[in-house]
Design a protein around this ligand. Sequence first.
Ligand code: SF4
Ligand code: SF4
Length: 197
Amino acid sequence: MSARIKILLEVLAKYSSPMTLTYPSNTAPNRRVSSVPDGLRGIPERSEEKCIGCKACANVCSGMATKIFDNEQDAKRLVQIFLFRCTFCQHCVDECPTEALTMSKKFEPFALTREDPANYVDTTLDLLRCQNCGKTFFPKKYVDKAYEWLMEDIHPAVKDVVSADFKKVEGYCPDCRRALAYKLDTHTKKHVWLEGK
Ligand code: SF4
Ligand code: SF4
């Protein structure tokens, strides 16, 4: 058989069957995910355990996909990504202070209707209620983490007094903390005095 006929037969064999696969029916789910390259920015995922509800992801979200919903009555905060709006920019992952967010390798779109829960990445947190005015303010996990970070970096000379002050005000909203600072003896002047010692 001549070389030309051989090539012709090979070409015909190639084109006699489809060159592409029908998507998604002909692609196995595990193949779809495992065959994507490293570094692919897929659907963002959030660790319920690590998220403290700080809002940083919502503040930097380029697609306005991440929103925060506070429910005053139930004292709950919902941190939500609406995947239809996500541009996979990864800003939220880079800004999250607790590394709660990751870009997964899942790239396939979600459901076709807006209401389908598959379109949302949700985390719900308990909000603290102010002991003075009764309004909700920060998530409890956020306040606990703030205390932890504060104690890591604080100057040893003021550590005890700042720790005690923090514990006095942690149950009050920012407005009431300011309004009650003298009554609770948590005004900042005394820290200035201690640092000068
Ligand atoms: S901890 Fe991370 S995921 Fe949770 S609200 Fe803050 S930035 Fe967003
Ligand atoms: S990847 Fe970008 S667009 Fe998507 S939720 Fe994060 S910040 Fe918003």
